[in-house]
Design a protein around this ligand. Sequence first.
Ligand SMILES: Nc1ncnc2c1ncn2[C@@H]1O[C@H](COP(=O)(O)OP(=O)(O)OP(=O)(O)O)[C@@H](O)[C@H]1O
Length: 297
Amino acid sequence: MSPNPAARSHLPEPVLTATNVSIEYEVEPPVKAVRDVSITLHRGEILGLAGESGCGKTTLAYGLNRLLKAPALMTSGEVVFHDRDGHDIDVVGLSAEGLRAFRWDKISMVFQGAMNSLNPVISIKAQLFDVLTTHRPGMGKKAKLARAQELLELVGVDPKRLTSFPHELSGGMRQRVMIAMALALDPQVMIMDEPTTALDVVVQRGIIKEIMRLRERLGFAVVFITHDLPLLIEISDRIAVMLQGEIVEEGTAEEVYRTPKHEYTKKLLSSFPSLRGERGDFVRTGVQAQAPEEIAS
Ligand SMILES: Nc1ncnc2c1ncn2[C@@H]1O[C@H](COP(=O)(O)OP(=O)(O)OP(=O)(O)O)[C@@H](O)[C@H]1O
């Protein structure tokens, strides 16, 4: 199968553009974790970031959302968020106040250990209210309650759980609550860094399925990072492959799977035997991902 140029020309407009981004850890000797990376995330798409441990995926994701902390430093590059109202936001140039308003509202992030960042002694309701109070100061109590209930429903958690404390919920439920929190302000981009890796396979698949449904329904774009290349191929619209801080290959999931160009991509694909042969044959069609239960089978 050859890449379909027609499909590419129909990509939606960009929502996030990173240009020539380089990030270093200023340690001795310095670590060049991200090297001159340019990447475009289109509205509503799932962009999978693949590559082995230590290649710079998390560092890049943090850079996109200005979450880098010393000793990490973005040494060059531009990150521009293209808001749905037509304005461009220079993410690198945002002030501290601008950044507080930007994060969670425009781009939110769910990471592997996110479920453990819920405060164990504060109810789910209070923690959801906190996000809404901070970012939507004009919102009344009734509206906040309705939104909190709606958010839990969206991620498949019974709204009765609002009064629960995190320790009363399973790991999967807590991660769903974190996804609800990330959705609270209707972000246009979600960065998901190994969002389900700490969970068992059945729970993982359930949550991935939910993310896919939500993306269809709410239209946010996702940068999805995982070591699970078969999963990435199934759920992503496009995939970027990282090697030692650089993006060495980029294409639709189908192109990357069917006609990988870079030797490293070929090596990466061959390290997942499940991707070869009848059982693991490519099943994705268009932008509609296969149902996760089918992926798991
Ligand atoms: N605080 C730090 N100080 C120095 N070097 C770091 C620091 N954090 C990460 N690095 C280095 O930066 C490089 C990129 O790391 P990063 O965590 O972004 O990779 P990754 O692809 O996300 O890996 P993983 O999948 O294991 O999370 C690695 O060489 C790592 O050792």
